[in-house]
Design a protein around this ligand. Structure first.
Ligand code: SF4
Ligand code: SF4
Length: 195
């Protein structure tokens, strides 16, 4: 190595370290953005793509969402063809036996929501869903529908005490599902044919 290359190496080392240190120092004096979660709510923007909310009563089990999913993590089973009843706007026909999403695979791309012909699968505002096993990350939306729910709740939200913002969020989800609770249950059974 000649003297020119030797000093060039020293110059490059000092220069790259100073670039890194400049960025580090900038953040040392920047305003902190730490949110005291869960006491404080996280900032969720209107178009945030969180855990889905699903309107079982409008689902015709057409598989369009599952086909659009790039990683095949939506599972749908039905007992027979389903279609929207024009009078009620509710899906009728065979039972919706299973609608599940595996959140250990889902990447929240929202591609499943676009092709839905009945606009019944949406990206939700729930940002948090921890689980102890991979199996627990598979959310059975048809089981949630039996309890009148459209979106999964984090474990801590199932406790009696929680921060006000979380309790308001839970109330909002319940209010949204309340008017269609009966229809959600009916979606899980084959409907009686009209005479
Ligand atoms: S958000 Fe994307 S990855 Fe997740 S279920 Fe929908 S299509 Fe699949
Ligand atoms: S959610 Fe929509 S796209 Fe998916 S099966 Fe149901 S109706 Fe079809």
């Amino acid at each position: 190595m000649g003297p020119r290359e030797y000093f060039r190496n020293i110059y490059d080392t000092v220069r790259t370290i100073s670039i890194g240190m400049r960025i580090t120092l900038k953040y040392c004096f920047a305003k902190t953005v730490t949110v005291q979660y869960p006491d404080m709510p996280p900032v969720v923007k209107p178009r945030f793509r969180g855990f889905h909310w699903f309107e079982a009563e409008k689902c015709i089990a057409c598989d369009q969402c599952a086909k659009a999913c790039p990683i095949d993590c939506i599972y749908i089973e039905k007992s027979g063809p389903r279609k929207i009843d024009k009078e009620s706007g509710i899906a009728v026909g065979g039972a919706l036996e299973r609608y599940a999403i595996d959140y250990s695979k889902c990447m929240f791309c929202a591609l499943c929501t676009h092709p839905c012909p009945t606009d019944c699968i949406h990206m939700g505002d729930n940002h948090d869903l921890s689980a102890f096993t991979r199996e627990d990350m598979v959310i059975e939306f048809t089981d949630l529908a039996k309890d009148g729910k459209q979106t999964p709740e984090p474990y801590w939200m199932q406790k009696e005490t929680m921060p006000d913002w979380a309790s308001n969020m839970k109330d909002r989800w319940e209010e949204r599902a309340k008017p269609v609770r009966d229809e959600m249950l009916k979606a899980l059974q084959p409907s009686e044919k009209k005479k």
